[in-house]
Design a protein around this ligand. Structure first.
Ligand code: ZN
Length: 157
């Protein structure tokens, strides 16, 4: 396992659309392990592959309830709304108010390419929406209500 370099906003790779994963090989497993390690090292709750420069549809999330690996994820249901502060490891030192669904249901494949369904509310719903958006080159700063704010490092998501 190794830490990967987190790409920072302005890097064109963050605006690209990622490709679906067809099979999980040794390199993909290494990427997933590295993404988890990089996310924990940076105190983030989620990380998408393009944030470490890889244009594959893979995200990892841990909101404090254990690691979730999502390969080729897709939101299949969403409901309600929540308006709150959001940040991104690719936009260090900043946060902004974004409205997201309160509840989402998504399907994805795990690291063994087994399909599963995951439901999330509140922070988990927000994290799923935020990370999946990265796979289509969409950053939360495009959706901020009002101004992007400066924050201290330990408040970043
Ligand atoms: Zn992000």
């Amino acid at each position: 396992m190794a830490l990967r370099n987190i790409r920072i906003e302005g890097d064109p790779i963050l605006r690209k659309v990622c490709k679906p994963v067809s099979q999980v090989d040794e390199r993909t497993r290494e990427l997933i392990d590295d993404m988890l390690e990089t996310m924990y090292d940076a105190d983030g709750v989620g990380l998408a592959a393009p944030q470490v420069g890889i244009l594959k549809r893979i995200v990892v999330i841990d909101i404090g309830e254990g690691p979730v690996v999502m390969i080729n994820p897709e939101i299949i249901e969403s409901s309600g709304s929540q308006t709150g502060q959001e940040g991104c490891l690719s936009v260090p030192g900043k946060a902004g108010i974004v409205t997201r669904p309160m509840h989402v249901k998504a399907k994805a494949f795990d690291a063994d390419m087994k399909e599963y369904i995951i439901e999330g509310e509140e922070l988990m719903a927000r994290a799923i929406c935020h990370e999946l958006a990265h796979l289509d080159g969409d950053l939360y700063i495009d959706h901020v209500e009002g101004e992007l704010m400066d924050v201290v490092a330990d408040e970043e998501q």
